[in-house]
Design a binder for this molecule. Structure first.
Ligand code: FAD
Ligand code: NAD
Ligand code: FES
Length: 282
């Protein structure tokens, strides 16, 4: 009997410097994935398990977009067509709450644009008026812009002004708010970007879903590695709650995320990450 060969890379292409798109053959993941969900990938037997968003699926394959920032993402980006990933678990996490809301703004920063794309498409299919705000450091790092042609409006922001508005996605967001306040927002990108967009949303009292890029280990809610503190005003007091990004998220209302502790936790293994990368590059 033939053994089913899953997790073979069907295609790979470079979207920007250090950022690659892969289509991976796995009919179980492709057939069940919903917007907002992710997979955990181990590139090799001794590899670390890294969470990556499912950016699309078609037939028996699903798509991921990966930015090489450390040992494991570099190792993944070095894989080529026809090679097999050691293991892929998913789809994981709760799907995005796709409903009719009216006017929606979706914000993607850097490689976060790939994660926001399936959510934006699903929101459009649900009848919403969708504005996409896409941010990158510079024009050559702006990915997947042409795939947002379904959106009612697309606003581009680059830090250096090489395309669109000169500034971050927050500048684009504030310009849109001058015209109309949306009913809801989704934002995916670097933690500081999600923090600042959440601050603006909070000031205008607009719900904002952010997809937290926590450090994950098991992805099953057991190890506690991905925990996040939520803080909400309730009944005249402050209610604090611990949640696990892998099973309770990855999306949370950014207005209630304790951003300082979240960002601190992201930096807790910086020295070990540097050592792992240096050893890998030797
Ligand atoms: P590490 O050794 O773990 O980290 C290397 C260093 O890079 C760290 O110090 C870190 O602070 C820093 N760093 C992190 N991000 C950046 C950056 N953008 N630029 C510069 N430095 C950075 N990543 C994707 O590329 N695509 C995705 O679709 C995606 N989806 C995710 C979905 C979820 C639910 C989560 C939790 C994370 C997601 N990430 C995604 C992030 C990805 O998991 C991490 O980048 C990866 O685990 C890093 O592993 P590493 O070993 O390569 O780097
Ligand atoms: P980047 O550093 O190139 O930044 C992209 C854009 O984000 C900038 O151009 C700017 O518009 C905005 N931004 C950055 N810093 C900002 C600040 N201080 N204030 C306001 N806006 C700011 O992005 P990158 O290197 O591609 O990193 C993308 C991040 O997205 C990674 O950290 C990755 O982990 C995360 N991510 C998360 C998920 C998820 O589902 N949780 C999915 C994909 C990517
Ligand atoms: Fe272990 Fe979420 S990754 S609890």
């Amino acid at each position: 009997m033939n053994e089913i060969q899953r997790n073979i890379i069907i295609s790979k292409s470079r979207l920007a410097k250090g950022t690659y798109e892969f289509w991976i053959d796995n009919e179980l993941i492709a057939g069940n994935a919903k917007p907002g969900q992710f997979v955990i990938i181990r590139t090799s037997e001794k590899g670390e398990r890294i969470p990556i968003t499912i950016a699309d699926s078609y037939g028996s394959a699903f798509r991921i977009v990966v930015k090489a920032v450390g040992k494991s993402t570099i190792e993944l980006c070095m894989k080529n067509e026809k090679e097999q990933l050691f293991d892929v678990v998913g789809p994981l996490g709760k799907p995005s709450e796709i409903n009719y809301y009216g006017k929606v703004i979706v914000i993607g920063g850097g490689v976060g644009i790939a994660a926001i794309l399936p959510i934006a498409k699903a929101l459009k299919n649900a009848g919403n008026v969708v504005t996409g705000i896409l941010g990158a450091k510079t024009s050559s790092e702006l990915i997947l812009k042409s795939e947002f042609s379904f959106a009612d409006k697309v606003v581009v922001c680059t830090d250096d002004g090489s395309e669109g508005i000169k500034g971050t996605v927050v500048d684009g967001m504030l310009k849109e708010f001058e015209m109309e306040i949306p009913n809801i927002i989704w934002a995916v990108g670097p933690a500081v970007m999600m923090k600042t967009t959440s601050k603006v949303a909070s000031e205008y009292n607009v719900p904002i879903w952010v997809s937290l890029n926590a450090i994950m280990v098991d992805g099953t809610g057991m190890c506690g590695g991905c925990r996040v503190l939520l803080r909400k005003e309730e009944d005249g007091g402050i209610k604090e709650e611990i949640k696990y990004v892998c099973v309770d998220g990855p999306e949370f209302d950014g207005r209630y995320v304790d951003w300082d502790s979240f960002i601190r936790r992201l930096q807790q293994y910086k020295e070990e990450e540097k050592q792992a990368l240096d050893k890998f590059l030797e």
